[in-house]
Design a binder for this molecule. Sequence first.
Ligand code: 4AD
Ligand code: MG
Length: 501
Amino acid sequence: MKKEITYIKDLQEHINKTVQLSGWVYNMRSSGSLVFIECRDGSGICQCILNKEELSDNEWTIASGLKQESAIQISGRVVADERSLGGVELQVTGISLIQQVEDYPITPKEHGVEFLMNHRHLWLRSQRQWAAMRVRNGIIFAIHTFFQGRGFIQTDTPIFTPNAAEGSTTLFETDFFDQKAYLAQTGQLYGEALAMAHGLIYTFGPTFRAEKSKTRRHLSEFWMIEPEMAFYDLEMNMDLAEDMLRFIVKTILGNYASELHILERDTTSLEKLVDKAFVRITYDRAVEILRSEDTASLLDQMLEDRKTEKDTILQEQKELQKEHGSAKKWRKKQIEKRISDINSRVDQIDEDMRNLPKWKSSAQNFEWGQDFGGSDETVLTMQYDVPVMVTHWPAEIKAFYMKRDESNTYALGVDVLAPEGYGEIVGGSQREDDLDLLLERIEEEGLDQSVFEWYLDLRRFGSVPHAGFGLGLERTVAWICGLNHVRETIPFPRMMGRITP
Ligand code: 4AD
Ligand code: MG
């Protein structure tokens, strides 16, 4: 017979049957002649109940000596139990040890982020990290489903490149057989060549930027999805980006509810965009909004609200602390959880209270012609409950390949800003399809024309209007999972100050 493994995610199909699971001890506790194990097998977690009466002496010794992350094989009867994780639990009839573990470094107590990042290879086993990686996988699959369903083909573009495409200040230089080469910042230029061959293409690959920014939105190595479409203009490009994002969010809300639950993601805001149009505004309008009286009073109001909220929950905390002394054991646990939630909320509020005045001043003093900073994006998006698409940017601050409008002042570019402070997740544009104008731009930017000759050929031989965009995978994962920092959205983040593990 073929060897098969039963996975925890499928246990609902095995109710009242005996199965064997292989996995690791996620958590355990004992009480007299009972041991309770939360066993994880990669597909999920199952509560397993071990009763001394049901086991051999040897098995009971194993059971009572288990440590966190010990590897085990365990067999037993699956019983339906509504209160349990996944709706089932396992009444264990046999257990064997694959490996006993001593002193697993990550314990259920709280650890600092640096410690966890240094143990990323193990941290990935924790439930929240597990859930985030599953959602990441779901987003990747949804992206392929979306584009493949619309007749796009996936193409792959080189990582060693001879030139910059997104500004020369963020290049990682490397040596390619004694010739200078750079790690790709984008696959776009090659994507344009492929779009002229196939009409509708997308790339899905790693990209590299040597940005010296330590922010919650920046990685040095990140994954980008770049569709490129022949005969598309800016508006069609935006329609596509909007449809894609809606499809991704719908898919994740539909198929990853339990992961979002583990991540404690409040999905109200995500649900809103499923059947609501995104906001589309020009850069000029965005600047007007930033500088407006309304925005100033909105920010003042938020500051007031935060102060009130802080007073209220600190009062609640005081009362809970009083109650704690004489509370029953189960209630004590509840109180401790609530107090710790209040503490993290207060930290968040304190940060907001420090930030809001700065955001206000940055918004009020915003100068036309600048790029939006992270806080400006936050201030813009908090006025709406759906993503905001900003178009028609001052040409000077956008890349050389963007087409300009008739006035020659504005680039036909679009940034999509995600709500809840997540900011830019998509950057795209209609491309300059005129050879002479493109030559002018290359010269203006001081770029070396010779390395772009192949790219210019695309304008010499059958040049057509075309457009595309790039979606940053990690920022999308952060937004959809509600994660505070992109470092938790990719298995092994590479960012300034971190190249291990
Ligand atoms: O806006 P960007 O720079 O656009 C391009 O690279 C174009 N060539 C795309 C195209 O039109 N084909 O980058 C696109 C997206 C950003 O909106 C952001 O989501 C993500 O890539 N991104 C980063 N993500 C994480 N860390 C960084 N350092 C990032 N830089 C950009
Ligand atoms: Mg951008």
